[in-house]
Design a protein around this ligand. Structure first.
Ligand code: GAP
Length: 497
């Protein structure tokens, strides 16, 4: 049995399996789809719910974290205070010729290296007579370190327009057809009430975090928590992303699993380090390949305006490393801003120290949808078994959409009756699947593709010994298990492994 290392078309294969087996469908497919939106099918919704449920248990089944479910629409001032109205923007350019739209900061991904080098040469030529610009260009070219000088030149407002004039549009191939960069706010706007005027504007939340910040004192008062403590929330978030690509990786509607941990200033570093370790371990505990996980610490010059320290947990997707979760030390920025904009005190009274202060916040922010994609990609294997290729999703049993499939070997001799009785009993505690169609080997393959960890077959011997054949998905090993111990067997596998 060989684990396939074949990365060719891996993402296409996974997208195709996801559709065929009912994990993920394109949104509004019969109308041609809606870019950046996806629907979770019968197996997908189980997997997504299992991921969220594991996160919820890990985060809130402890003394120091409370749950919350805040509304998606919030008072518009929330987004002024948070900085989203002003800063939640991407720099965007359009091609005047073919109307294609690009995010300036990732334009480099669509242009080959030779063309970038040539455009930089041409830029150098055009700034020759301007000492200030020439110094800027030289500074960037000489001090880029690990960073791409092309990207850094595009970041400088006075240079980006000149550099863009040297480039061909990746879509239509015309040169010098780009507009100057403009700020494009990623928040979706809508209106409350019947009148669509500026006074009625609200936003679909671009992150769940703000619902937690504005409820900090409500939750703290109601739960009588003392610092340090956290508030956790799972919910939808919306961003009008310019480039949606790579399946579920960057979508316009997605789910986040966020937890904000409120701590006293001075203790922030200790909690930041704790959550950094804890969150990586969560992915590993659920079976994600350790070698495909890494930290990416944000360098000080790239930190978000509110952050003192930040790290991404990255997964190695078929298209490269990508962030699946961010851990930030957000300082007291958020609560201070909400205090300022709302005029309401958000200070915590520390009974022990007999002082009032605004806590620091350590944030853990994971994408449920992006984690879904990482778990799906990580679980996918192609293996040669007896000269045939089997596609298998090796989900951790706790994440698997279906925990066990039940097969009667043949549809006679009392086997279906026993199998149906087992199904009814197990269904009280587990999501199970009954299948009596086709050869047992084919039934196994169908469950392998769905990621079902256990297959239970009722055979001729069962009629005598009241035992069934239990086949484990990854090893494909089989053992006999007594019917009356099946439930305990599965519980043990789900909770102790
Ligand atoms: N509250 C902090 C925050 O929202 P973020 O890095 O913008 O931070 C956190 O987002 C996580 O949300 C990311 O690590 C990613 O998993 C997920 N995420 C963000 N934008 C996404 C998108 N357009 N599509 C899918 N997931 C996204």
């Amino acid at each position: 049995m060989n684990k396939s290392n074949n990365q060719d078309n891996l993402l296409e294969k996974i997208v195709s399996l996801a559709k065929r087996r009912g994990f993920v469908f394109q949104s509004s497919e019969i109308y041609g789809g809606l870019n950046g939106c996806w629907d979770y099918g019968p197996l997908g919704v189980e997997l997504l719910n299992n991921i969220k449920s594991e996160w919820w248990k890990a985060m809130t089944y402890r003394e120091d974290i409370e749950g919350l479910d805040a509304s998606i629409l919030m008072h518009p001032k929330v987004w002024e205070a948070s900085g989203h109205v002003e800063n939640f923007t991407d720099p965007m350019i359009d091609c005047k010729q073919c109307k294609s739209r690009y995010r300036l900061d990732v334009l480099g991904d669509s242009i080959n290296e030779k063309k970038k080098v040539k455009a930089i040469q041409e830029l150098k030529e055009s700034v020759k007579n301007n000492n200030t610009l020439q110094t800027k260009v030289d500074e960037i070219l000489n001090n880029s370190g690990d960073e791409d000088p092309f990207e850094r030149l595009l970041e400088v407002q006075e240079l980006s327009g000149m550099l863009l004039q040297q480039l061909n549009c990746p879509q239509c191939g015309n040169k010098g057809t780009f507009t100057d960069a403009r700020k494009f706010n990623l928040m979706f706007k809508t209106f409350v009430g019947p009148v669509e005027d500026s006074g009625a504007v609200v936003y679909l939340r671009p992150e769940t975090a703000q619902g937690i910040f504005v409820n900090f004192l409500n939750v703290q008062g109601a739960s009588r928590q003392k610092l340090p403590f956290g508030i956790a929330q799972i919910g939808k978030a919306f961003r009008n992303e310019i480039n949606t690509k790579n399946f579920l990786f960057r979508t316009r509607e997605f789910e986040q699993m966020e937890m904000q941990f409120f701590v006293k200033e001075g203790e922030d570093k200790k909690h930041y380090d704790y959550w950094k370790a804890e969150r990586l371990q969560w992915f590993k505990n659920l079976g994600m390949t350790p070698d495909k996980l890494r930290y990416h610490d944000h360098p000080a010059n790239k930190l978000a305006h509110y952050a003192k320290e930040a790290v991404d947990i990255e997964y190695e997707f078929p298209f490269g490393w990508g962030e699946i979760e961010g851990i930030h030390n957000r300082t007291n920025f958020d609560l201070s801003r909400h205090e300022e904009f709302s005029g309401k005190s958000l200070k915590y009274f520390d009974e022990q120290a007999k002082e009032k202060y605004i806590p620091f916040i350590i944030e853990t922010s994971a994408g449920a949808s992006r984690s879904f994609m990482a778990f799906l990609v990580d679980a996918y294997y192609e293996e040669e078994v007896k000269g045939e290729t089997r596609s298998v999703l090796k989900f951790h049993p706790r994440l698997a959409p279906i925990k066990a499939a039940i097969f009667p070997l043949v549809n006679k001799d009392g086997m279906p009756e026993i199998a149906r009785k087992i199904e009814t009993d197990l269904r009280k505690s587990f999501r199970v699947f009954y299948d009596d169609k086709g050869a047992v080997g084919r039934r196994y393959r169908r469950q392998d593709e769905a990621g079902t960890p256990y297959c239970i077959t009722v055979d001729t011997q069962t009629l005598d010994d009241k035992m069934v054949t239990m086949r484990e998905r990854d090893s494909m090993e089989q053992e006999r298990v007594s019917i009356d111990q099946l439930s305990g067997y599965l519980l043990n596998k789900l909770h102790n492994d």
